[in-house]
Design a binder for this molecule. Structure first.
Ligand code: NAP
Length: 244
């Protein structure tokens, strides 16, 4: 009996790290993918301690060559990839009128183009397997919009569009494609916000607290499971009621 294999981008910290550990506890072997080897290894050690196999790859989603190489390495080691979690993402916030071209390009390149080219690497294998789960970590703002984040919002709205297009294209091969739209989650990404801004944001959250990475990871575990086999093209809000 083989283990299922999950490839998680941005697995070095935050939500991605929690997804990698949660899927490991659910019995998957894990490819821990992010740019820095030491951080990946730290997560891989934890996975091995919970008796899963872990492979680390130094993935830079800004580089097409890096994407190709990392997926080729994963396929060489495991011979299959059952679950791809496109989790890696960055912000470079600023008002549109002053947004620098490099901040626009970088966010689109990592959050959207990177996710697409990563997905392209797994499709032939998943099609051959006639099995696959692709889970894109979008954002509440990809649905609601947000001032000061034109680049990030565009990348996440694009990811939601990509989810729906691919869900239709891949359904006949038993590959499901879904998105999760987290609200305001307690990670490094939100740690940089001022207390004043946090308070303002929390006032918009009916559950009146930040979400936790494990609450996103639990949604990923469900969408990756056999029980979720009839769900595709869906955007699952995990946002404390912030957007309905
Ligand atoms: P985070 O703590 O900032 O972690 C980001 C992850 O992405 C890190 O593993 C980072 O690697 C990796 N990464 C950055 N640049 C990369 C690149 N060029 N290639 C590959 N990986 C790269 O973020 P997070 O809060 O966990 O967010 C995870 C996902 O959830 C993102 O897509 C984010 O947009 C989305 N999200 C987050 C929130 C929130 O409130 N936190 C809300 C909605 C959606 P390094 O460690 O090497 O930098």
């Amino acid at each position: 009996m083989f283990s299922r294999v999950a490839f998680v981008t941005g697995a070095s910290r935050g939500i991605g790290r929690e997804i990698a550990l949660t899927l490991c506890r659910a019995g998957y072997d894990i490819v821990v993918a992010s740019p820095e080897i030491e951080k990946n290894e730290e997560v891989a050690e934890k996975i091995r301690a919970c008796s899963g196999q872990a492979l680390t790859v130094n993935l830079d989603l800004q580089s097409y060559d890096s994407i190709k190489e990392c997926f080729a390495t994963a396929l060489q080691k495991f011979g299959r990839i059952d679950v791809l979690v496109n989790n890696a993402g960055i912000t470079r916030d600023g008002l549109a009128v002053r947004m620098k071209r490099e901040d626009w390009d970088r966010v689109l390149q990592i959050n959207l183009h990177g996710a697409f080219f990563a997905t392209q690497q797994v499709l032939p294998t998943m099609m051959k397997q006639r099995y696959g789960r692709i889970i894109n970590i979008a954002s509440v703002v990809g649905e609601s919009g947000n001032a000061g984040q034109a680049n990030y919002v565009t990348s996440k709205a694009g990811l939601i569009g990509l989810t729906k297009a691919l869900a239709q294209e891949m359904a006949a091969r038993e590959i499901t494609v879904n998105a999760i739209a987290p609200g305001f989650i307690d990670t490094d990404m939100t740690a940089v916000l001022t207390d004043e801004l946090k308070e303002k944001l929390l006032a918009q959250v009916p559950l009146r607290r930040l979400g936790r990475p494990d609450e996103i990871a639990a949604a990923v575990r469900f969408l990756a499971s056999d029980e979720a086999g009839y769900i595709t093209g869906h955007v699952l809000n995990v946002n404390g009621g912030m957007y309905m």
